[in-house]
Design a protein around this ligand. Structure first.
Ligand code: FES
Ligand code: FES
Length: 159
């Protein structure tokens, strides 16, 4: 056991865990942030994706010690029901998803994309989400929703 200090969604959190514990376990079981999902547990499906220092990373295979002191963003830090992120609004508007299990990972991956490339092409959106699998096959709506969010954010910035 070791005390590890994490910076999650802009707040400092201290946890006493085995340093090899996967970050996903710590988020879900120690910090109560259950938006990030356990899918394959093998770094293959992307439903556990979070942003670490702004970069999408799969949290199921990442030892918590390796992210101590880094900025971690989970779906809980993206927006709120009162003030949703434009991506969340666009996903609702496009009804982009069925069961929703993949969406927290997809939304944070899409945020990383739009932070770095506010006007991505469809091919760039698809490439950015290549590590995120949607078992329901909602990919076409998901691509549309990310494009819609990009357009809304650009329009907002220009207004
Ligand atoms: S649960 Fe982490 S990639 Fe599938
Ligand atoms: S909406 Fe069900 S896995 Fe993507």
């Amino acid at each position: 056991m070791e005390e590890i200090t994490l910076n999650v969604n802009g707040k400092v959190a201290r946890v006493g865990v085995d340093p090899d514990t996967p970050l996903l376990d710590v988020l879900r079981n120690h910090l109560g942030l259950v938006g990030s999902k356990f899918g394959c547990g093998l770094e293959q499906c992307g439903c556990c994706m979070v942003l670490i220092d702004g970069k999408p990373e799969k949290s199921c295979g990442k030892a918590v010690l390796t992210v101590a002191g880094k900025d971690i963003l989970t779906i809980e830090g993206l927006g709120t029901p009162e003030r949703p992120h434009p991506l969340q609004t666009a996903f609702l508007d496009e009804q982009a998803g069925q069961c929703g299990y993949c969406l927290s990972g997809i939304l944070v991956s899409a945020k990383a994309l739009l932070d770095n490339n506010p006007t991505p092409s469809r091919a760039e959106i698809a490439a950015a989400l290549d590590d995120n699998i949607c078992r329901c096959g909602s990919h076409l709506r998901i691509l549309r929703a990310v494009g819609r969010a990009a357009a809304a954010m650009c329009a907002g910035a220009a207004a």
